[in-house]
Design a protein around this ligand. Structure first.
Ligand SMILES: *Cc1c(COP(=O)(O)O)cnc(C)c1O
Length: 394
C-alpha cells in the first residue's frame, strides 16, 4: 500500500495537483493573518462576515461557561442539550416546517440522508456537479444512483424515465464551485409530475439568498415545502459550525431512528449550538448584510467587465474565474499572494479536468477598495500568464 501511495503522491505533484494548507494565525475574516503577514481574503465562505462576530463569540463563551466544552455523548445517549433543542425549534420556525435535526457536519447530514432513507429498488437522481458528500452518500446508498448533466433539464428528464419504486431528486441549491443556482422551479414541477421527492442542499444559499435569507427556494418564491428534504450548514453564511436537515415529522423521525451518521457520533458541543443560534438570529435581524453582499456582487461584475475578465454565469457570492490549466491557475494564485491577496485555485478532482479556476468568494465585509485591488491585480496576472504562455514559458 505505501509504495503505491508514494507513487500516487508523486503523480499528483507532477500534474500540479498537490494540495497545501495555509496556517492561519487569527480569526476568519476579510483580513487574515498567516505566515506573519496580513492578507486580503477572497476565498472564505463567511459570506455575511459572521464567523468573527462579537455576538457569536459572546454566545459561545457564555454557553461554554454553563455547558462546558464536550457534549459528552451522542444525541440519542445523553449529549442532546436544551441548546441543541432550541436551535432545532428555531430553525423549524424560521423555515416554516414541522421539524429540523442537527448534524455535526454537512458532509454527515448528506451522507446520512442518502444512505438511510432510499431503499434497494429506489432511484437517487443527482446533478453531476453536486457536492462530494451527496455523491458519496449516493454511491454508498442501497438505492441506485443516476446522474444528469449539470442543470440540464433534458438529461434530467431522461433519468427520471428510468423505472423505480420511488425517486429522490437531489441538487445543490447553489453550486459550490460554479456559483450558479439550480433550476429549482423546473426540477420541482417535474418531481411533482412524477411523484418524486426533492432534496435541496442549500449550504451556499441559506442565510444569503431570498429576502429573509431562507435560501434558494425563497429566491424563486417557492414554498419551503417544495423541498421534501432541505439541508443547509452553519459553517458558511451563519459563521458557525455544523448542519441541519429540515422537513416534516416523518423525515426527521426516520433520520433519528435510521440515520447512522446521526446516531453513531458525538453531538456538537452545546456552545457551538449556542453560537449557531446567534448566527440564525443575526441573519434575521441584520438583512443589511445580505444587501451589502448583493451590492458587492454587482460592483464586482461591473468592474470585471471593465477589466475584460470573463466570469462564469453566477449571480451569487461565488464568482469563479475560469483559467483552465492547473499550472497557470497556481501561478496566478501565487502571484496574487505576493501582492497580499488570498485567492485559492480550485483544481481537479474538485472541478472537472481542464477547468481549474480561481474561485472568488465575496462577502458583505469587503469594501469597494478591496474589490478594486483584487481585480486590478487579477487582470494584471491573467495578462502576464497569457504573455508567458505565448512566449512558450508558461
Ligand atoms: C460545505 C458543503 C457541504 C459540507 O458541509 P460541512 O458542514 O462543511 O461538512 C455540503 N454541501 C455543500 C454544497 C457544501 O458547500
Amino acid at each position: 500500500m505505501w509504495q503505491k501511495l508514494q507513487a500516487r503522491l508523486e503523480q499528483r505533484k507532477a500534474q500540479d495537483l498537490l494540495r497545501q494548507r495555509l496556517t492561519l494565525e487569527g480569526a476568519q475574516s476579510v483580513r487574515i493573518k498567516a505566515e506573519g503577514r496580513e492578507y486580503l481574503n477572497f476565498s472564505s465562505n463567511d459570506y455575511l462576515g459572521l464567523a468573527n462576530h462579537p455576538k457569536l463569540i459572546e454566545a459561545m463563551q457564555k454557553a461554554a461557561g454553563k455547558y462546558g466544552v464536550g457534549s459528552g455523548a451522542s444525541h440519542l445517549i445523553i449529549g442532546h442539550s436544551d441548546q441543541h433543542h432550541a436551535l432545532e425549534e428555531e430553525l423549524a420556525e424560521f423555515l416554516g416546517v414541522e421539524r429540523a435535526l442537527l448534524f455535526s457536519t454537512g458532509y454527515m447530514a448528506n451522507y446520512g440522508v442518502l444512505t438511510s432513507l432510499p431503499e434497494k429498488n429506489d432511484l437517487i437522481i443527482q446533478d453531476k456537479l453536486n457536492h462530494a458528500s451527496l455523491i458519496d452518500g449516493g454511491m454508498a446508498s442501497p438505492a441506485k444512483m443516476l446522474r444528469y448533466a449539470h442543470a440540464d433539464l433534458d438529461s434530467f428528464e431522461r433519468q427520471m424515465k428510468q423505472p423505480a419504486e420511488s425517486r429522490l431528486v437531489v441538487t445543490d441549491g447553489v453550486f459550490s464551485m460554479d456559483g450558479d443556482i439550480a433550476p429549482l422551479p423546473e426540477l420541482a414541477a417535474s418531481c411533482n409530475k412524477h411523484k418524486a421527492s426533492l432534496m435541496v442542499d442549500d449550504a451556499h444559499g441559506f442565510g444569503v439568498l431570498g429576502k429573509q435569507g431562507k435560501g434558494s427556494l425563497e429566491h424563486f418564491n417557492l414554498a419551503q415545502q417544495t423541498a421534501d428534504i432541505y439541508m443547509a450548514t452553519f459553517g458558511k453564511a451563519l459563521g458557525g459550525f455544523g448542519a441541519f436537515v429540515a422537513g416534516n415529522d416523518l423525515l426527521i423521525e426516520s433520520l433519528i431512528q435510521f440515520g447512522r451518521s446521526y446516531i453513531y457520533t458525538t453531538a456538537m458541543p452545546a456552545a457551538v449550538a449556542a453560537a449557531n443560534r446567534a448566527g440564525l438570529k443575526l441573519i434575521q435581524q441584520e438583512s443589511w448584510r445580505r444587501e451589502q453582499l448583493h451590492k458587492n456582487i454587482l460592483y464586482f461584475h461591473r468592474l470585471a467587465s471593465e477589466y475584460d475578465i470573463p466570469l462564469m454565469p453566477s449571480e451569487t457570492a461565488i464568482q469563479p474565474v475560469l483559467i483552465g490549466r492547473n499550472d497557470k491557475t497556481l501561478a496566478i494564485s501565487r502571484a496574487l499572494k505576493e501582492a497580499g491577496i488570498l485567492l485559492v485555485g480550485i483544481r481537479p478532482p474538485t472541478v472537472p479536468e481542464n477547468s481549474a479556476r480561481l474561485r472568488v468568494t465575496l462577502t458583505a465585509e469587503h469594501s469597494t477598495d478591496d474589490i478594486d485591488y483584487l481585480l486590478e491585480h487579477l487582470a494584471l496576472q491573467i495578462k502576464q500568464a497569457k504573455y508567458n504562455a505565448e512566449r512558450g514559458n508558461g
